[in-house]
Design a protein around this ligand. Structure first.
Ligand code: SAH
Length: 368
């Protein structure tokens, strides 16, 4: 049976929610429990094609193949790092690309997924925004990244954590992200606890509240990176339209509504935001707030001027925060030998010359 291709006009099997599959079945006078079987096959039995859906009758499989395509992407490249981190470069139906990553630790398997093609935020240390934003991903393109990565797992391995920290600004794509996240935690889906799903944002206050009001208790990480607006405006250009105060207020609302402490991510950039003084200022800013700080020495991105702080500097910075009573961790680096570490995900095949042109218009970045 043909599995159709990414470029076919047919709907993706990963588009429908459980309720939508039930409607689809009802409209065709197919018994309701078939919807459950289809769902289980996709999300629990990890099937990779209509042929592998062996518990549904052949006739239904044919009907599915007539109306749906299994994959809307193709794996363009699949890289495995020395630490067994895996990175997939997916080519989407319209020829655009996104990356997603699978990370293994002894007790934990985490995936990192993307929500947009490119990114509009333009943070000075991150590769994902180098070529700007092309478009947001559709829900099935987000879900499919998870499916593609889950299919890389060995039989005994299970997904334990998901971080929405890949390419793009997740909260700028909530209408597609929310249904995709449903698939991760619903019982007939991948059945993960919502506590194990973390969404990372540059800090869009109204969208943070909207996520909280979903009532799902997803984790929230806010990319802060600076203890004051003057510095944040330089490192995270969209901050000029937002401001740290508005973000911290939204974070408080998030905590009040969900009961979940917000994590503040802080990428340490040598000589820019990593001094003892910055650490003190950050401690002051977060004093009395329910928060965790995750320090991340910047990973190298060729084409960008900023450099990461040393681990000694990160430890010093962390000590200042800890002594001020703020829970702090330093993020482990994974998969940097295949450019799969934080901030290294980007669109492929964009030539260096393209960036030179693009960066000329941006005072925030300079080319090496
Ligand atoms: N737009 C969202 C999601 C992208 S993830 C957001 O801004 O949160 C952004 C995170 O990726 C940052 O908080 C940081 O944790 C990480 N990151 C980006 N570039 C990095 C780099 N060069 N080195 C280390 N971490 C980086």
């Amino acid at each position: 049976m043909a599995d159709n291709g990414p470029s076919s006009d047919l709907q993706s099997v990963y588009h429908f929610s459980m309720a939508e599959w039930q409607e689809w079945c009802a409209a065709r006078e197919i018994k309701k429990y078939r919807a459950e079987q289809i769902f289980r096959a996709l999300y629990q039995r990890r099937v990779r094609s209509f042929d592998e859906m062996t518990d549904v009758p052949a006739e239904l499989r044919q009907q599915l193949a007539a109306e749906f395509t299994f994959w809307k992407s193709e794996i363009e490249t699949h890289q495995v790092a020395r630490d067994r981190t895996e990175k997939l470069l997916l080519r989407l139906a319209d020829g655009e690309f996104v990356e997603c990553v699978l990370m293994r630790e002894p007790q934990r398997i985490t995936i990192c997924i993307s929500t947009q093609v490119g990114c509009a935020m333009g943070c000075v240390f991150c590769a994902s925004g180098l070529a700007g934003l092309t478009r947001s991903l559709k829900r099935e393109e987000i879900v499919e990244q998870v499916a593609r990565l889950v299919h890389q797992l060995d039989a005994g391995e299970n997904l334990t954590n998901v971080v929405v920290m890949g390419i793009g600004e997740p909260l700028a794509n909530l209408p597609e992200l929310l249904p995709a996240l449903e698939r991760l935690h619903e019982p007939l889906g991948w059945n993960m606890g919502t506590r194990r799903i973390t969404v990372s944002t540059v800090g869009l206050p109204e969208k943070i509240r909207q996520l909280a009001r979903e009532g799902k208790r997803y984790g929230l990480a806010i990319s802060l990176h600076a203890p004051n607006d003057e510095l944040r405006n330089r490192i995270v250009p969209v901050n000029r339209n937002i401001g740290i105060d508005a973000i911290l207020e939204a974070a408080e609302d998030f905590f009040e509504i969900t009961g979940r402490r917000v994590t503040y991510e802080y990428v340490l950039l040598a000589g820019q935001n990593d001094s003892r003084e910055h650490a003190r200022e950050l401690a002051e800013l977060l004093r009395g707030r329910q928060s965790l700080v995750n320090l991340i020495p910047m990973n190298t991105v060729s084409l960008l001027d900023s450099r990461g702080s040393t681990y000694d500097q990160a430890r010093m910075f962390g000590d200042v925060l800890q002594k001020a009573g703020i829970m702090t961790t330093i993020r482990k680096r994974k998969g940097s030998d295949i450019d799969a570490a934080c901030g290294q995900l980007r669109l492929p095949k964009v030539r260096q010359e393209d960036f030179v042109v693009q960066l000329k218009n941006s005072p925030e970045k300079t080319v090496k």
